[in-house]
Design a protein around this ligand. Structure first.
Ligand code: DP6
Length: 353
């Protein structure tokens, strides 16, 4: 089949893609410096930096068949789930004319998550990066040097944070005047061995659907009078954190990371209309974490756009932290639920070709 790409060059798509199953698993990630606020075309207002997770991931398979009445068939955990289809359609339309050949087929997509659907964990990063990897493999060998960069660029168009899920360890996304780009995430490896195997234990404070979605949250920043100082603050925090990560100074790490979490929630409270995603138990946990750190435990927190608390700590503190959680924090969790995760090694290819 001959088609034309954005630059007007023709390129061929092999017809034997019909018999192939593309399959990838891709992890979630937790941001230390937050992406909160974006421009047109999924361009972030400030650079962000995240830890790639290991145990929370999405596995997605994609098969193209001759076109039948449904363009996209989507199953989640083995069940048809039509409400995700508009998100996939939007993603494909953002990929541009280079990918419009996908309309000539029916796309059969199946996905599973390792983390429970009701856990309150955000899944767009793992879901969109796994899907982007499947799409990209239609056209490009995963051996190609720029495969993951290209997959990251595509993932960004599915969900901004997804472009940081493609690499082991840590990822940086956004123009920071150094190695970062607004278009895709890159691997960030300049961290002290202190952070190897870093832990993220997620306390599930509430698994209720959020009152304000991430996309609405991002757009409410456009008219927030504090938005520009927030973007500047994030840039400064990234500079500080990059220096801190070269050391094992946990106290300074905790200071910057907690400030980032509180700063994005501050923008929520100062938006018009204002909203609060933290719950009373989110604050109860935060207080306990701060006071136990003052007593010497290497433990700090971060938050995504929701009430659940990500507890971050070095692997060597694990036994003490889990003991502390069980004794002091489980009372604040919904049905005592929590998820133990840690730094991971990025996506895994499962395609059978
Ligand atoms: C608070 O990546 O979910 O988790 O690009 O609209 O899909 P979209 O937003 P999304 O936003 C994530 C926001 C965050 C911070 C972060 O992960 O950096």
């Amino acid at each position: 089949m001959l088609m034309t790409n954005l630059q007007g060059q023709s390129m061929s798509i092999s017809t034997d893609i019909l018999d192939k199953k593309f399959k990838w698993s891709s992890p979630s990630n937790i941001a230390l410096i937050k992406y909160w606020g974006k421009k047109e075309n999924q361009i972030p207002q400030n650079p962000s930096l995240s830890i790639t997770l290991s145990k929370s991931y999405t596995t997605t398979s994609l098969e193209l068949t001759s076109k039948n009445e449904n363009w996209i068939n989507f199953k989640f955990e083995g069940m048809k789930k039509d409400d995700f289809i508009p998100k996939i359609e939007k993603f494909i339309s953002r990929l541009g004319s280079e990918w419009s050949f996908l309309h000539d087929y029916s796309l059969n997509i199946e996905s599973t998550n390792t983390f429970p659907h009701s856990s309150g964990m955000a899944s767009s990063a793992s879901a969109m990066s796994a899907l982007a990897l499947c799409f990209l493999e239609i056209k490009k060998s995963y051996h190609d040097q720029d495969f993951f960069i290209k997959a990251s660029e595509m993932s960004r168009l599915g969900s901004g944070s997804a472009c940081r899920s493609l690499y082991k360890g840590m990822s940086l996304w956004g123009d920071d005047g150094e190695e970062g780009s607004d278009l895709y995430g890159v691997e960030f490896s300049q961290f002290n061995s202190f952070y190897e195997g870093f832990q993220d234990t997620v306390l599930i404070i509430s698994s209720d659907k959020k009152s304000v979605s991430s996309s609405l949250g991002h757009s409410l920043l456009d008219n927030n009078i504090y938005a520009h100082s927030r973007y500047q603050h994030a840039r400064e925090n990234l500079g500080k954190l990059k220096s801190i990560l070269k050391t094992d100074d946990f106290h300074s790490f905790a200071e910057v990371v907690e400030q980032e979490a509180m700063a994005i929630h501050a923008t929520m409270m100062t938006s018009n209309p204002s909203y609060v995603l933290m719950k009373p138990h989110t604050l109860n946990v935060i207080e306990k974490v701060k006071s136990v750190r003052a007593k010497g435990l290497q433990l700090c927190f971060t938050l995504d756009a929701g009430p659940n608390v990500h507890l971050l700590y070095p692997r060597r503190a694990k036994e003490d932290v889990i003991g502390f959680i069980k004794e002091n924090l489980l009372q604040f969790c919904e049905e005592e639920k929590y998820i133990e995760d840690e730094m991971g090694s990025g996506p895994v290819r499962l395609s059978e070709l």
